[in-house]
Ligand binder design. Structure first.
Ligand SMILES: [Zn+2]
Length: 248
């Protein structure tokens, strides 16, 4: 039964991810989220078999069936990540025992995916999505003190550097993380996100430097902060207990 529910949640997540792609593309453009999906190059309305999450992208080799223009990697990545997150939530929490918690986590994961993808596209965090993310984080965690303590050092960094070292949206996201995970979990999450960012960004800088390409890009940090939440919540990583385990 448990495996069945994890797979079912995963498939549900793939479908929600497909919907999130539409939200991400049309957010702050003044367009509604209704209407049939169509190719951005040739405007062809897509058939149902061209809209199957991940599968359609792979079968079509990442191209439109009619005009052969490239389809963004955002589509399968957002679908796959949402599917994995939903499956992870089904694995971590019991729907029958904590139905409200599970639903809130599913919404939080969906909003988190939107925030991360929007940050990658636009190098800024969407304010309304961030506000929703904050309210759900608070409802799930209710850690009021951590909500202030976790972002505090980074708020100072933001003020000292006048927003050059860290964006204010990232500081706001850290307040969400504090409210959701508490002081220990919140700091673990933020520190882990810096580590993951280094693991990804340093090789990326290295490769670009070797190829003689520019490396002065602004790097979206939001996705890494959200990965930190996943590592602490779904993988159960906690730096304080890790350090404690080494010391004892
Ligand atoms: Zn096309």
């Amino acid at each position: 039964m448990e495996i069945f529910s994890i797979v079912a949640f995963g498939i549900f997540g793939l479908i929600i991810g497909s919907f999130l792609n539409v939200v991400i593309l049309r957010m702050n453009t003044g367009k509604g989220i209704g209407g049939r999906s169509h190719c951005f190059s040739c405007n062809k309305t897509l058939r149902w078999y061209e809209l199957i999450p991940v599968f359609s992208f792979l079968v079509q080799g990442g191209k439109c069936r009619r005009c052969k223009s490239r389809i963004s990697w955002q589509y399968p990545i957002v679908e796959l990540v949402t599917g994995l997150l939903f499956a992870g939530i089904a694995f971590r929490f019991d729907l029958l025992i904590q139905p409200v918690t599970v639903v809130l986590w599913l919404v939080l994961a969906s909003v988190g995916v939107v925030i991360a993808a929007y940050d990658v596209r636009h190098k800024t965090l969407p304010a309304k999505a961030l506000a929703v993310f904050f309210l759900i984080s608070l409802a799930l965690g209710m850690h009021l003190l951590a909500m202030i303590l976790v972002p505090l050092p980074f708020l100072v960094l933001w003020a000292v550097s006048q927003g050059k070292w860290i964006g204010f949206g990232d500081v706001e996201l850290m307040a969400c993380i504090g409210a959701l995970l508490g002081v220990a979990g919140g700091y673990s999450s933020v520190i882990l996100s810096f580590w993951v960012a280094c693991l990804v960004i340093l090789p990326w800088f290295g490769i670009r430097t070797l190829r003689g390409l520019k490396t002065n890009h602004e790097i979206p940090f939001g996705p890494f902060l959200l990965i930190g939440i996943v590592l602490v919540t779904l993988c159960g990583l906690n730096l304080l207990t890790l350090v404690g385990g080494v010391v004892h």
